[in-house]
Design a protein around this ligand. Structure first.
Ligand code: PMP
Length: 372
């Protein structure tokens, strides 16, 4: 099944997939993987079949790391680790590895994942929550001021982009936390635009939105934050990952290979400035349309709107259901909103082409005319 010709059509038999993650991947990346699926270059075997200790795989692995370093301009003082267990395992690994001196950390509560991270941290030390947007169902990013971070602590944790609620931190909203290391869950916005890595102690992200398939998480960590706590289980110790080049045990070899293809695809096309321009244009178009009609509504404060996850409702839950189901029939898949918000959510990650947004807007117009 493809996209209905009424809405622009699409290559092959693919739909426009608005899923929040695992999410749509760039078609050229999938095609490249397909061309190398049964035999990688002259190795005579699939990447899936290779020993992670082989020279050919080590080369794939090392190139993926250097491509990511180049793409995000990650300074030498930072290590890049590949870890399994998703972003969720980082909810535990961060406090386990960082709560060393004060056994205390600040968590800003901007959504469900931020809350989950906070819950895990409480297992390992004291959590201070100086600001939360839970009072308004997470429709904004709280304003943070220096006085909120007066007490010394091991780190401050934020969630850059809130996948479920469709909000995100802009640079001017980052916590003014001075020397306290800033840790961020960047799962749903990493690689969507350039970031100044040097502002952070740790950036972590599950792969399954902008990086590649599920199965690996990327941890970009300032080297001085590694090895502060001893006696950790080895699979949960950043120092063990650093010492063993993320290969103390078998890494998710194929997911890392795919991530490398995505990094190279971005580099070859113009890097993060290139994708940023596309992402902002796509998001602007969709928000402008939503704001232009009273039939659809997005409740997020305009300055905090995510450029990756766009939420909207009609105000009538039955109509929302009908929207998602009719859209799916037209080849616009996975537009049903998260159960905590209801309505619709269009996840428009890097790999969603602008034509996908155009098709969605055309569909929204038609749906409005027929259901007003
Ligand atoms: N943080 C954010 C911002 C997310 O969007 C998600 C998943 N959608 C997670 C954490 C959890 O990630 P994982 O499923 O990789 O554990």
């Amino acid at each position: 099944m493809g996209v209905s010709p009424d809405f622009g059509g699409f290559e092959l038999n693919r739909v426009y997939n608005f899923a929040a993650g695992p999410a749509t991947l760039p078609l050229p990346v999938l095609e490249k993987a397909q061309s190398e699926l049964t035999a990688y270059r002259d190795s005579g075997m699939s990447v899936m079949e290779m020993s992670h200790r082989s020279a050919v795989y080590q080369d794939i692995f090392d190139r993926s790391l250097s491509s990511l370093r180049k793409l995000m301009q990650i300074p030498d003082e930072y290590e890049i680790l590949y870890v399994q267990g998703g972003a969720s395992m980082q909810f535990a690994m961060v406090p386990m590895n960082l709560m060393s001196t004060y056994k205390k950390a600040y968590y800003i509560n901007t959504g469900n994942f931020a809350k989950n991270a906070m819950k895990e941290a409480k297992l390992f030390g004291e959590v201070i929550c100086p600001a939360s947007s839970e009072d308004e169902n997470y429709t904004y990013i709280p304003k943070l001021t220096e006085d909120m971070f007066a007490e010394p602590a091991d780190y401050v944790h934020i969630t850059t982009n809130n996948t479920i609620f469709g909000t995100r931190y802009t640079d001017d909203k980052l916590p003014p936390c001075g020397d306290i290391p800033l840790v961020t869950d960047m799962s749903s916005s990493i690689l969507s635009e350039p970031v100044d890595v040097s502002k952070y102690g740790i950036i972590y992200a599950g792969a399954q939105k902008n990086i590649g398939p599920a199965g690996v998480a990327v941890v970009i960590i300032r080297k001085d934050l590694i090895g502060k706590v001893s006696g950790l289980p080895f699979m949960l110790d950043y120092a063990v990952y650093q010492k063993n080049g993320s290969m103390k045990n078998t890494p998710p070899t194929y997911a890392i290979y795919m991530a490398g293809l995505v990094f190279d695809y971005l580099l070859e096309n113009g890097g993060l400035e290139w994708i940023k321009e596309k992402n902002y244009r796509k998001a602007r178009k969709l928000y402008e349309f939503i704001d232009s009609t009273d039939f659809y509504k997005n409740s997020v404060r305009p300055e905090d709107r995510s450029i990756m996850n766009v939420t909207f409702v009609t105000g009538d839950p039955d109509l929302d259901k009908k929207f998602a189901s009719e859209a799916a029939k037209a080849g616009l898949a996975n537009l049903k909103g998260h159960r905590l918000v209801g309505g619709m959510r269009a996840s428009i990650y890097n790999a969603m082409p602008e034509e996908g947004i155009d098709c969605l807007i055309d569909f929204m117009k038609k749906f409005e005319t027929e259901n007003r």
